[in-house]
Design a protein. Structure first.
Length: 298
């Protein structure tokens, strides 16, 4: 599709979901019509890769993202045992470099806190309100590894048999930041994190308010199914996650410096893949917009 006024070109990237966007300069102020077009594209494709944004700075990223809603502050603000490289509270640093430019050791607390990102998850599902859209800007990328994979939770739900869909109806899940860290041996939640980021309860199936499509709302933060035996509930969540992340539902994005990727957390999951950290630098800046409404249980 192409908008003749804004000259934005949107090209589908995968048989199920995902699209590449060209013809934008995110450092420029965007018209409301552009935001409407991008929201509609996100509702259709779930993931947008906006190319050629190497000149985008932190302030430009924040101002562009404000057009989509209220920005969430970074959860790294609740850690007192690490230093923040980012100057703005809205930015989350997903990098392996210090402010000096030197690489961070793999066993540095900052990097260990990023380990849960390698699990399939939906951003900020442990917060209230949860994450709506996530925006990730690539400043420096390694020449190998470090891809981000996305899974289409709408297509996964559609592929479930009728018995499973009936079983999932009305189920709710407790989401916990501490749980995702526990699974990968990352540092536990600090007292300040526990105070400011308590567990939340989210529906296991959501209905997209724009498209009306059902989707699984899964995440590595999802710990227990409300009202279900712990072992049974966790087995169900593991079964669904394995089903929903089959290759046919997955899009792998290989980063180029300057890529700016946006995704809808209500209908996708994602994960980071490792890269040779002892050899290369990776500099990524994330912002996120909070959901505008309580999750709608199906």
């Amino acid at each position: 599709m192409q908008d003749t006024k804004t000259q934005i070109q949107i090209t589908k990237a995968h048989p199920l979901f995902g699209a590449e966007v060209r013809g934008m300069d995110l450092m420029q102020q965007q018209d409301p019509e552009v935001y409407d077009q991008l929201r509609n594209a996100l509702a259709e494709y779930g993931v947008l890769v906006i190319k050629d944004q190497g000149h985008l700075n932190d302030e430009g990223q924040i101002e562009f993202c404000r057009g989509f809603g209220n920005l969430q502050t970074s959860i790294t603000l609740h850690r007192e045992d690490t230093d923040r490289r980012m100057k703005r509270d809205e930015l989350t640093d997903l990098s392996n470099v210090y402010a000096s430019g030197n690489r961070i050791a793999a066993d540095d607390t900052r990097r260990l806190l990023q380990l849960p990102g390698r699990l399939w998850h939906s951003d900020n599902s442990f917060r209230s309100p949860p994450g709506l859209f996530t925006f990730l800007h690539a400043r420096v990328v390694p020449p190998e590894g470090g891809d981000t994979q996305f899974a289409d939770m709408r297509a996964a739900y559609d592929a479930l048999d009728d018995d499973m869909k009936a079983r999932l109806k009305g189920l709710e899940v407790i989401h916990s930041l501490g749980w995702s860290r526990e699974q990968v041996g990352a540092p536990p939640m600090s007292p300040k994190e526990k105070e400011n980021l308590p567990d939340t309860v989210q529906p296991l199936v959501r209905i997209h308010p724009t498209t009306g499509r059902h989707s699984l709302y899964l995440s590595s933060h999802g710990r227990d199914v409300v009202g279900m035996d712990v072992a049974e509930g966790r087995a169900l969540l593991a079964q669904l996650t394995e089903f929903a992340t089959q290759d046919k539902f997955v899009l792998t994005h290989k980063w180029t410096a300057g890529d700016f990727v946006v995704w809808d957390n209500r209908c996708t999951m994602h994960r980071a893949t490792p890269f040779p950290e002892e050899k290369y630098q990776r500099d990524m800046r994330r912002t996120s917009v909070e959901d505008t409404q309580a999750a709608v249980a199906a």
